[in-house]
Design a protein. Structure first.
Length: 217
């Protein structure tokens, strides 16, 4: 498959040239005209889907993406995300010691939420043993306070992710300060605030990559 003959493929699908790319967004593009020659640029990981590549002929003719070509493109995106996660997740700086909740909260509050009143933050009750699901933190509307799962306090946990966790809960506090009747907790307004966290993608990727480790702790 890796030794797929690109020149033969180009001939079959009606292109003059196929080049490989390592793009992250546009995996497939077409340049030129039938008169001057059609040059295709395609992501190298698409070579792992030779059947789908035969549908490039239809794509060239009508610029329509067949279901199996669409599926191949989607699979390449998924695999790129996985690679990204594997390379991002381990490089974040770990806590390497006890987590100071108050100091973390105050730093995040003062940096991004200084317009909001200070509220209490503390540890939730400890639950031992293996869990099937974990709630890392919560904002309690009644009494306006934040509680954090003690399992978050482990030396290997990324500091950036802890910041994101607290940031998330303070966004809930911000919602409670300016309530909209009937609003769901993770509404569009909430998500737009949450996305302002710098390195949002890295924090989310870190959580996905490490959630299992919290369950067995
Ligand atoms: Zn939430």
């Amino acid at each position: 498959m890796a030794d797929l003959d690109l020149r033969a493929l180009a001939t079959r699908i009606g292109a003059s040239e196929i080049r490989l790319n390592d793009n992250t967004k546009t995996l497939l593009s077409l340049r030129g005209t039938p008169r001057t020659g059609l040059r295709i640029s395609l992501h190298h990981q698409l070579l792992q889907h030779p059947d789908a590549l035969e549908d490039l002929r239809l794509w060239i003719q009508g610029r329509t993406v067949s279901p199996r070509l669409r599926s191949a493109i989607d699979q390449v995106f998924v695999s790129m995300k996985e690679t990204q996660r594997a390379t991002i997740a381990p490089v974040l700086e770990p806590l390497n010691g006890p987590l100071d909740l108050q100091a973390t909260y105050r730093r995040i509050h003062d940096t991004w939420f200084s317009h909001l009143p200070i509220i209490p933050i503390g540890w939730a009750r400890e639950r031992s043993g293996r869990l099937r699901h974990i709630r890392f933190a919560a904002f309690h509307r009644v009494g306006a306070r934040i509680s954090v799962n003690p399992r978050v306090d482990q030396p290997w946990v990324a500091r950036l992710w802890v910041d994101f966790l607290i940031f998330h809960e303070i966004c809930h506090h911000a919602q409670a300060c300016r309530p909209i009747p009937g609003e769901t907790p993770h509404s569009a307004r909430f998500k737009s605030w949450e996305r302002r966290f710098p390195q949002w993608e890295q924090a989310v990727a870190w959580e996905k990559a490490h959630v299992d480790r919290f369950l067995s702790a």
